[in-house]
Write a protein that binds this ligand. Structure first.
Ligand code: FES
Length: 320
């Protein structure tokens, strides 16, 4: 991932507590990158934080569109964006990455969103419509005023909107909505983890194969964000490029240990999901705890995500 400076070209209230943001290139020219539905970008806040947000639009539009929910427990990310952004504000934006890609093809697509989980699914919905691919979007929100993008969605025959339902009521609705799967259909879900679990459980009961169920991964559970899987045992960390070494303490991340000897590892999510901290391993046995690397990358022994992963031996040598 690399960083690009972009400019705020549009701001609007998408729903109560949800800020719609449009970013364009500083020069006004087209964007130097593309993306596919389900992609997200990293935004650098002025406060130094980096947060990930899904793109709601298609690359052909030549700008980035995002929707940012103001989180009551925000540690400075969404709160900063809601309070500080103005038209013309410049932001450092990471080039888009996709951990939740819409699978290519023509098979029918079912989308199940709750709350701000509508954002990547809106891009998928629009892509399916543009490709004339069969799609149906189920969107659950707290109330009509908390429902984003209603102007685009409420009159569409392939969209079902639900608001004001309790978790138990949603759980009652889902089996009926997911019954009668068309052959080849794929199911994508994004929203709170309890919601996605419920969608998948209902789908499996309704006969959906597991390998056609897709869910957003970069929105880690809050407890994971607050407590990354730290090194379980003490290990000696050697950093070849900077010629430093440090004893990683039990309960400490490799990123934190490296920082103690002045070696900053770029991080973004801090949860093993975004890929920002991917580092080459020189030697040592990695205890992989991330959700970013492929099985082949893990098996190669060449890579580690040091924000969450550790070492199962006594010594780890990294190319830092
Ligand atoms: S910082 Fe995101 S994977 Fe490590």
């Amino acid at each position: 991932m690399s960083w690009v400076e972009m400019k705020v070209r549009g701001l609007r209230e998408e729903a109560e507590g949800i800020l719609g943001l449009e970013l364009c290139s500083v020069s006004g020219d087209g964007l130097p990158f593309g993306w596919t539905p389900g992609a997200h970008v990293d935004l650098q806040m002025g406060s130094g934080l980096v947060r990930q947000y899904s793109l709601t639009n298609l690359a052909e539009e030549g700008c980035l569109r995002l929707a940012i929910k103001r989180e009551p427990e925000s540690r400075g990310g969404s709160q900063w964006l809601h309070e500080q952004l103005r038209l013309g504000t410049r932001l450092q934006v990471g080039t888009p990455r996709n951990l939740f890609a819409l699978q290519p093809g023509t098979s029918p697509v079912v989308l199940a969103a709750a709350g701000i989980g509508i954002t990547p699914l809106l891009a998928m919905y629009r892509a399916c419509r543009a490709q004339q691919r069969p799609v149906h979007l189920y969107y659950f929100s707290r109330s009509p005023v908390h429902s984003a993008f209603l102007d685009q969605l409420q009159s569409q025959p392939d969209v079902s909107l639900f608001s004001g339902l309790s978790s138990a009521e949603i759980a009652q609705q889902l089996p009926g909505l997911l019954a009668g799967r068309q052959p080849g259909s794929q199911l994508y879900s994004c929203g709170p983890h309890g919601f996605m679990d419920c969608v998948f459980e209902s789908a499996i009961v309704a006969g959906w194969p597991r390998d056609v169920l897709y869910r957003e991964h970069f929105q880690a559970p809050l407890q994971l964000a607050d407590a990354p899987a730290n090194q379980a045992q003490a290990v000696q960390l050697m950093l070849t490029k900077s010629d430093k070494q440090v004893a990683v303490q039990s309960g400490e991340t490799l990123v934190a240990a490296a920082a103690r000897v002045g070696v900053e590892i770029t991080t973004s999510c801090g949860m093993g999901m975004c890929g920002a901290c991917m580092t080459r391993v020189v030697s040592g046995e990695v205890d992989h705890q991330d959700q970013y690397l492929s099985d082949a990358e893990r098996a190669s022994g060449m890579w580690i995500m040091p924000c969450v992963s550790g070492c199962s031996g006594n010594e780890l040598v990294l190319d830092l």
